[in-house]
Design a protein. Structure first.
Length: 292
């Protein structure tokens, strides 16, 4: 699976903003939009019209969208492949932190020669994207039984080049040590702390925001939060430092995202001239699950 749209905590680019607008709103209208309204929406973020045209042209060439003339306007339609990518990304971003731990790991061991550098790099990207961590140069671990997922990632490799194993350690202390070796949890916790400090005030202010201000605030916090689920291995509670600021970050993100939803959707609907379906309720039980 190609890692589309993974963003760190830097300012959102026009490309990522297009992804955000389609991922949160436009695909829940009809997955297409005329260039004029899209330019207006991106203008709320300070993106110039010429930049919008150039960005959409590039994304069309890269297979994100198809386009066609509609009178004097150009209409862009999200491709099925990108709809699938957005679905998978949304599921990952909105899934609550893992709680249970059964004491087993999935291990991937591969042997790829220097002549297979491109395949090796792609496999590493795919493993990291799906929550595996580096135990050693060619050995990756993920908590739980993830063998089906792992085999799917290595399906194009020769069977002699890779092994996928289910394994266990010597016990809880060893498990925590393995987690500490595979992921830089201290650095991740520090990033979570920074996110929480930056956005805790927004929890109190969110209900007062309207129109473009609500859209910008909701998109910004999503852009800031969404890189975490693709770097955080979602370790069970038993394997994480305690307390774990990722839980607080998830609650802040979900509360702000939910509170700003109606005003942001109304603003987008007014700009594009079509209703935007409310899919937030699909994920409501997840918030309660984390807060218990």
């Amino acid at each position: 699976m190609t890692s589309f749209g993974i963003m760190g905590p830097m300012a959102a680019t026009p490309r990522s903003l297009v992804l955000d607008l389609f991922g949160e709103y436009l695909r829940f209208a009809d997955a297409q939009v005329h260039l004029g309204p899209l330019t207006s929406l991106l203008g709320d973020f300070g993106v110039a019209p010429a930049t919008v045209r150039m960005t959409m042209s590039r994304l069309r060439r890269e297979g994100w969208f198809t386009s066609q003339r509609d009178g004097r306007e150009t209409r862009y339609c999200l491709t099925p492949t990108m709809q699938q990518v957005l679905d998978e990304g949304r599921e990952r971003i909105f899934s609550p932190p893992t709680s249970s731990w059964g004491g087993e790991w999935t291990m991937v061991i591969y042997q790829l020669s220097e002549g297979e550098r491109q395949e090796r790099q792609q496999l590493r990207k795919d493993l990291a994207w799906h929550g595996f961590g580096v135990l050693s140069t060619s050995t990756w671990l993920a908590p739980g039984d993830r063998r089906d997922q792992a085999w799917a990632l290595v399906a194009d490799l020769d069977g002699k080049q890779v092994e996928v194993l289910r394994c266990s350690s010597d016990g809880p202390e060893h498990d925590r040590a393995l987690a500490g070796r595979c992921w830089d949890l201290a650095a991740l916790a520090s990033e979570y702390d920074a996110f929480n400090s930056e956005h805790e005030d927004l929890v109190r202010r969110a209900a007062t925001l309207e129109g473009a201000e609500a859209l910008v605030a909701r998109t910004t916090i999503t852009s800031r939060y969404r890189h975490f689920p693709f770097r955080d291995p979602h370790l069970p509670v038993d394997l994480r430092p305690d307390p774990w600021p990722g839980d607080t970050a998830y609650r802040i993100f979900r509360e702000v995202h939910r509170t700003l939803g109606p005003a942001a959707r109304e603003h987008v609907a007014q700009v594009i001239g079509r209703d935007v379906a409310d899919v937030e309720t699909v994920h409501e039980p997840l918030v309660a699950e984390v807060e218990r």
